[in-house]
Ligand binder design. Sequence first.
Ligand code: CP
Ligand code: NVA
Length: 332
Amino acid sequence: MDLEKLGLHGKSILRLLDLTDEQMLGLVSLAAELKARKKSGANLKDALLYRKNIALIFQKSSTRTHCATVCGVHDEGGYTEYLNAHDLHFGKKESVKDSARVLGRMFDGIMFRGFSQKVVEDLATYSGIPVWNGLTDEWHPSQVLADFLTIQEHLGALKGLKMAYVGDGRNNVASSLMVGCAKAGMDFVDVCPPELSPSEEILDLARECAKRNGCSIQVSHDPVEGVRGANILYTDVWVSMGEEALFQQRLALLRPFQINMDMVRNTGNLESGRVIFLHCLPAFHDANTEVSRDYGAMEVTDEVFEAPFSKVFDEAENRLHTIKAMIVASLA
Ligand code: CP
Ligand code: NVA
């Protein structure tokens, strides 16, 4: 991959909307190259992030994004420092602007996970170093890159495929997938109850990208018709981090939108093997967690989650390669 041509050197990656279509797809290709590079051991001889210092500022919990950043940077010879909400003065005793200016004098880049998109934008503006969005209330761009790498690996391409995202149609993952599919030339259907529909503003932004790439962005409130023809069935938790008070309300709204075997059959693509199941994870697919103990499976049944067409752990591994690609693109 010609990193110069990718044009992301020194840049932050905060929303897919800020990338050109070529840059977004280029990051997926770079991730595929870095994945092969790691498997061949080439990174041990010629590290791309040698001695780079990366701060991880995480105001919310994370397994994949945290570990993918740490392992991705260490794979390429860099160093990471994990800072949670209690470790920094950030936004409490010190303004985001001042903390950003201090961190920018010490680190080479920052992976941020938090609540407000404005904070990650300010961090990028005032630190003067590349900042990568590891999830905010509004967007989760790094997730989509991993999803696209996984789709390419299992279905051979992106353009021309159809994704049905089923569930909370207005959360960070839904919005990011909608924009990502529009930029990749994939048809996208947001299958959700009317109360959880995406905003007109995000629909308009995505449809603008879809128009130039010859694909469609739709919203459906019908969990049967909405998934017809889908090659990718995607879901996320019904209650995102920070929205815990809405738990009972979400259960009531989203029960009819659970991904189960009937829904997979309704795609019409099960027999031909042209459908896969994806989930950004963590998932409530059984009663094995503290939260799902009293409810059992929520957004997806255990049968679907554990089926051969479920590629959720390939997808989770690909968080490593795609986050590494973002950091390499900005710093190498
Ligand atoms: N999918 C995802 O972002 O997982 P984590 O919350 O574990 O980072
Ligand atoms: N929508 C979820 C994604 C978790 C990776 C959340 O924000 O909690």
